[in-house]
Design a protein around this ligand. Structure first.
Ligand SMILES: [Zn+2]
Length: 769
């Protein structure tokens, strides 16, 4: 073997250390500075794992959750648009703590005359108002909403003391409720139902002037137990309007009394179908249970139009039982058309159901139930089999809101029945989204009040997949040879938001009340981040398995952000701390470019830096083994005589030395590179991402290399890579398929392209949002 070998390896160590030191100087911080490395583990940001929540992201051995069971008698006064109710709550304390009081949510109080929400919200004049909201804001005394609490009593009928603080009510218990104990108490209440089309209410009625009827979509309609957990204690943050709900699971027995001519559906199994259905409806229901390819009308449009003309003074009580749900909602009107079809999910049948007034047709009879059925299949495939027996889509003007088994959706054709593509896709998308919420947060029951993105972001991500699958399943519904035009999910769609004014962007990890633009913040950005994580960072196989693991671990439980983040790593062996930190905890954006390319030639004579190195150490070439030098081609200080022109000019002894270091097998495979380049990539954006590069060569061939995100771990601003090739390198493109949401593509190519045209194309591309 060669005598120089040990010297060579010493030198190699030196060179590696030398280039490493160069990299280090870039990120070196002054003493005392906190570690800003994006790849450091998230010990500061994450809650410490404990007996309730494990470091793996699973529920820990001491995990607990509370249970709240409800028995309710509800009556709808359609003449006066009022709702009356009496409920008995049985609250099970599974926490290790004793509870001196219980907190309940009185969400309707956000519409009380003395509500503080209007004082908190708004910022100056709106330039445009709907007539209804203008009238309500500036021309009337305002709606007289909010709960009227008639009484709160214990199981023996004795009054319990309670205190109302805006939208929260504290019920004081005579004795602390110990761990493992339960308590029953009842509340009697009523409230004026708001017109939900006026003030962006999430529930209420729509009044139809032409026939004088109302269609009710009723939710947040009863005092509901707040969540008590190992993370928040009582989640009693006030309801201001944006932060949605945190609710424990429980079983519901609900009797709802409405005018006898109403058609009604609700969360839970209908227990007295024979009492509330006509013989004809029972027959059609039987058909629907066997109809897997198209919906069967239970109430036809003709029947609904006939009902609109009357107003029954008689009453009917619809009885439901729902098990293991976190909330309850119902829809009721004499205007409703009703259709259903069966969907096979795993080894069970689920009913896909739609309720809509004639104003929703022809769109609703064509597409609603189809969208419900398709959503249940898509989401089940990516998470777990939909566990409830039905999923209902109710048409309500301008609504998009979800409850267990039932949701409200917009999408109304013009009066003549015509509709735009925008209306059609808007309707399909909102149905997919709201039905999808059955999975997040109705079953994977995250705290919406605290973390809007945990349900909205995950659901919007799933919505994107389900929309694309809907497009594939129903090519006749979408434009020929086209994909479903998803509004959110594709990387390019998030660029306008992430490149916007930093003073109006909040990190995803923010309370929904504290963000500036809830749509991009809690829906689009997390959805896009997860899409990029799936397609570009983890790959579908690893992502899908981890995402499903998260859904199944936390099905019917209360996960936190850490439980999600940890599970995604736990089930994939992909270190994602840098990803969560950048996308979820900061407002950084992606911008990666190619900064410059230097051409090198092979020489058996040292270049300038090497000569300086040797001089400093009083070394001559004879002290060294034969070395191969890469010398920059176009530098003024390069001695042109010392340069070789190609590897063939490497001196014979040197070549021999190189060959000596190769095995026979390696020698047989040897390819002599003729061209050497050092490419510098820079990263003006704060988010490290995989560096996806397409190299194009003079012979027309291209090569794509994806450098892992860790390429940025030692130098967050700039990295260099050496390219050796048989033919000349002629072009470099960073992120050639636009998969990283890179906000500025003018620096994505070498040589620089005529940027104006490309930038315009790029702007054209995002115009259609
Ligand atoms: Zn949503």
């Amino acid at each position: 073997m060669n005598q120089f070998k040990s010297i060579t390896s010493t030198l190699l160590v030196f060179f590696v250390a030398f280039s490493f030191a160069q990299e280090q100087t870039k990120t070196e911080r002054e003493p005392g500075h906190t570690n800003q490395n994006k790849f450091r583990q998230m010990y500061q940001e994450f809650a410490t794992p404990n007996m309730y929540r494990s470091a793996s992201g699973t529920p820990g051995p001491s995990y607990y959750q509370q249970q709240a069971d409800y028995k309710m008698d509800i009556e709808l006064d359609d003449r006066n648009a009022r709702l009356y109710g009496e409920e008995t709550i049985t609250y099970h304390n599974n926490a290790p703590d004793a509870l001196e009081f219980l907190w309940l949510q009185l969400d309707q109080n956000v519409r009380a005359r003395d509500s503080k929400s209007p004082l908190r919200n708004g910022n100056g004049v709106n330039v445009a108002y709907t007539t209804g909201s203008f009238a309500q804001t500036y021309m009337t005394e305002g709606f007289d909403g909010g709960f009227r609490i008639d009484h709160v009593k214990d199981a023996s009928g004795k009054s319990l003391p309670y205190t109302i603080n805006q939208t929260m009510m504290r019920v004081d218990l005579p004795e602390p409720l110990k761990t493992g104990e339960k308590v029953s108490f009842s509340i009697k209440w009523w409230y004026n139902i708001p017109d939900h089309t006026v003030d962006r209410a999430r529930s209420g009625y729509e009044y139809f002037e032409k026939d004088g009827n109302r269609a009710y979509v009723i939710a947040q309609f009863f005092p509901r137990m707040a969540v008590y957990s190992d993370v928040e204690g009582w989640q009693n943050h006030q309801f201001w309007g944006s932060g949605e709900f945190a609710l424990p699971f429980g079983n519901y027995d609900v009797n709802i009394t409405v005018p006898a001519d109403h058609v009604l559906d609700a969360t839970g199994k209908l227990l007295n179908r024979k009492e509330v259905f006509s013989k004809e409806m029972m027959k059609r229901y039987g058909e629907a249970q066997r109809s897997y390819d198209k919906p069967v009308l239970i109430v036809t449009q003709e029947e609904a139009e006939a009902a609109e003309k009357g107003f029954s003074e008689k009453k009917k009580t619809w009885k439901f039982r729902a098990e293991n749900v976190r909330d309850y909602a119902f829809a009721s009107s004499r205007k409703f058309i009703w259709d259903m079809q069966a969907v096979r999910i795993g080894d069970r049948d689920v009913m896909a159901v739609s309720l809509y007034p004639k104003e929703g047709n022809p769109l609703w009879e064509e597409l609603s139930t189809k969208a419900v059925a398709s959503t249940l299949k898509s989401y089940s495939a990516h998470t777990f089999d939909y566990p409830y027996h039905k999923a209902i889509s109710v048409h309500a003007k301008n609504q998009g809101m979800e409850y267990p088994m039932i949701c409200w959706n917009y999408g109304r054709p013009n009066e003549d029945g015509s509709y735009s593509e925008r209306t059609k896709y808007g309707m399909i998308s909102v149905i997919i989204h709201e039905v999808g919420h059955n999975f997040f947060p109705m079953i994977v029951n995250s705290d919406e009040r605290q973390w809007g993105w945990m349900d909205e972001g995950l659901d919007t991500f799933m919505q994107y997949l389900a929309e694309q699958e809907f497009g594939e399943a129903f090519p006749e519904v979408i434009a020929p040879n086209d994909k479903y035009p998803s509004r959110r999910g594709a990387p390019s769609k998030i660029i306008p938001y992430m490149s916007g004014d930093q003073s109006t962007i909040a990190p995803i990890m923010s309370n929904p009340e504290n963000v500036f633009q809830l749509g991009p913040n809690a829906y689009a950005k997390p959805a896009t981040a997860l899409n990029i994580l799936r397609e570009t960072v983890m790959g579908r196989e690893l992502f899908d398995h981890a995402f499903k693991t998260y859904a199944q671990r936390w099905m019917f439980k209360h996960p936190t952000p850490e439980d999600f983040f940890r599970t995604m790593e736990d089930a994939s062996a992909v270190d994602l701390d840098w990803f969560w930190r950048s996308w979820f905890y900061t407002t950084d954006y992606v911008d990666i470019g190619v900064k410059g390319v230097k051409k090198y030639v092979v020489s058996d004579k040292p270049g300038k830096e090497m000569r300086e190195y040797m001089e400093a150490r009083n070394m001559t070439e004879s002290d060294l083994p034969p070395l191969v030098y890469l010398v920059e081609e176009d530098r003024e200080d390069t001695d042109k005589d010392m340069m070789g022109k190609s590897p063939s000019e490497i001196s014979a002894p040197l070549k021999e030395f190189m060959m000596d270091n190769l095995t026979a097998e390696e020698r047989a495979r040897i390819k002599e590179p003729k061209y050497f380049y050092e490419v510098t990539f820079d990263k003006p954006g704060g988010i490290p991402m995989p560096l996806i590069v397409e190299y194009t060569y003079a012979d027309g061939s291209t090569e794509q290399v994806t450098y892992p995100p860790e390429i940025w771990r030692r130098n967050d601003a700039e990295v260099k890579r050496v390219i050796s090739a048989q033919t000349e390198l002629v072009a470099i493109t960073v992120d050639p398929r636009a998969e990283t949401a890179d906000i500025d593509v003018t620096n994505n190519s070498w040589p620089r392209k005529e940027s104006p045209s490309e930038f315009n194309q790029f702007k054209e591309g995002i115009k259609g949002d």
